[in-house]
Design a protein around this ligand. Structure first.
Ligand SMILES: Nc1ncnc2c1ncn2[C@@H]1O[C@H](COP(=O)(O)OP(=O)(O)OP(=O)(O)O)[C@@H](O)[C@H]1O
Ligand SMILES: [Mg+2]
Length: 427
């Protein structure tokens, strides 16, 4: 029996749960674009592993199904490979496909995944773009101006009665020039009735970042939605339906346990379900015993997956901050802790430490609305205490360890910081 679950960044889940309304809203925008009425770009924000990328990918697929040109790009990354460069690099492919009507999903995906290769080979080569229904050749230079490319794309699409859907991921890393260009081209496309529609995704701090790097126009034009964890019902559906589809059943107790354990955090839903099904082996009934057997391996999944990815982007002083915060929440047996308490444990003044606090909020690792701090990812505090503090003892230097420290503790993903639920760490 095959295992339907799919933990991993940008990996489509067997069932995309809890996003129906957002998808429907976007489909309504597709309709509006086709009717020639101005459409509103959307931006999805949310924590790491909450499902931004898979939602964007799904929407790109829906666009392509309608005969649109659909493309997903990544903002940010490094100099010379920003999203504008990426898009202009695949412009040729896109234009040809639109012009000849061969805009199949697979082909466009190939175009998108070959972005690096294409942009490299184009750079030195001197290239041209084909566009127009008759495939007229136009020398437009390299890289073709983003605005010009979009206009050409938009006009070609309009002639064919379709649209162009551009999904831009990791928006929080987008540069000021990218942002200004998006804002400008969105406005231009609207005023010239070009059928171009954008969707964006980024970490929760994205919106503030956008305002900071100065694009009120951009921020206001976009419809923002925050992707949440799945509700218990949505989580149960996300687990049970694919299981049944793969020829298994799950008993009520086991399902309840999985729902509780994962907190509806999409990455964890996939990781825990996958491990559980692996533990069930050839048995077609999944039970609590299988869920229990899945637990130890989840540490690894989380450490290597979202936790590890988030951690690797933090600086040494930020790691100390996270460690002090983990100890504090553990000692206080609370999900939240006052900023001042963390500063005290770090031995820093508010002035010194608030910079780290701000950066960690920006990275989406902690939530600091109000004066109290909380981790945003379930189990992150335990991960820091039991995994990172062991691997990187230097982050613990000068900070008093947790009151109930034990030599060896078993990890179990609990709620964000509710260390009460971590077996082996109770007093
Ligand atoms: N609606 C959903 N229902 C079930 N599983 C989901 C859902 N959304 C995402 N997942 C699963 O969660 C995991 C993370 O998804 P994804 O990579 O899209 O997250 P993300 O928000 O883009 O994370 P990051 O910020 O790290 O890029 C994947 O394994 C995916 O299959
Ligand atoms: Mg992503």
């Amino acid at each position: 029996m095959f295992n339907p679950f799919a933990p991993g960044p940008a990996t489509q889940p067997p069932l995309l749960a809890g996003r129906d309304q957002l998808i429907q809203n976007m489909l309504d925008e597709f309709d509006r674009v086709e009717r020639g009425t101005g459409a509103r770009p959307m931006a999805f924000t949310g924590l790491r592993g909450v499902g931004k990328t898979v939602l964007l990918d799904h929407l790109v697929d829906r666009a392509i199904e309608r005969g649109w040109a659909g493309l997903r790009l990544q903002a940010s990354s490094h100099e010379g490979n920003d999203s504008l460069t990426q898009l202009t690099a695949v412009g040729d492919t896109l234009m040809n496909m639109l012009a000849t009507g061969s805009a199949t999903g697979k082909a466009l995906r190939r175009g998108a995944s070959a972005i690096d290769g294409i942009s490299v080979s184009l750079a030195g080569a001197g290239a041209s773009l084909k566009f127009g229904k008759d495939g007229t050749r136009a020398e437009l230079g390299i890289p073709m101006e983003f605005d010009a490319l979009l206009t050409a794309l938009g006009e070609t699409a309009r002639d064919r009665g379709v649209g162009v859907f551009i999904a831009i991921d990791e928006l929080q890393g987008c540069s000021r020039s990218e942002l200004l260009t998006f804002g400008r081209t969105m406005q231009a496309a609207n005023s010239r009735h070009l059928p171009i529609l954008y969707a964006f995704a980024g970490l929760p701090s994205t919106r503030e970042h956008m305002v900071k790097i100065d694009s009120v126009t951009f921020t206001e034009r976009v419809e923002w939605s925050r992707l949440q964890y799945l509700t218990p019902t949505e989580t149960a559906t996300a687990i049970e339906e694919p299981l049944i589809g793969s020829g298994r059943r799950i008993d009520a107790g086991a399902l309840e346990m999985l729902v509780e354990l994962t907190h509806g955090y999409p990455f964890l839903v996939q990781a825990a379900s996958k491990r559980t099904v692996d533990a069930a082996g050839a048995s077609d009934l999944v039970t609590k015993k299988h869920v229990m057997a899945a637990l130890p391996g989840l540490t690894e999944d989380l450490a290597e997956g979202v936790y590890g990815a988030s951690w690797s982007r933090t600086a040494p002083q930020e790691r100390r901050f996270l460690y002090a915060m983990s100890v504090a929440t553990f000692d206080l047996k609370s999900d939240e802790v006052a900023s001042s308490e963390v500063y005290r444990r770090l031995g820093l003044t508010g002035k010194q430490a608030s910079m780290y606090r701000a950066r960690l909020i920006e990275r989406g690792l902690i939530d600091g609305s109000g004066r109290r701090l909380a981790f945003t990812l379930p189990g992150f505090g335990s991960f820091v205490l039991q995994h990172r503090a062991v691997m990187e003892p230097e982050i613990t230097v000068g900070i008093e360890p947790p009151a109930a420290r034990r030599a060896s503790v078993e990890f179990s993903p609990g709620p964000a910081t509710s260390n009460k639920s971590i077996p082996g760490l109770e007093l």
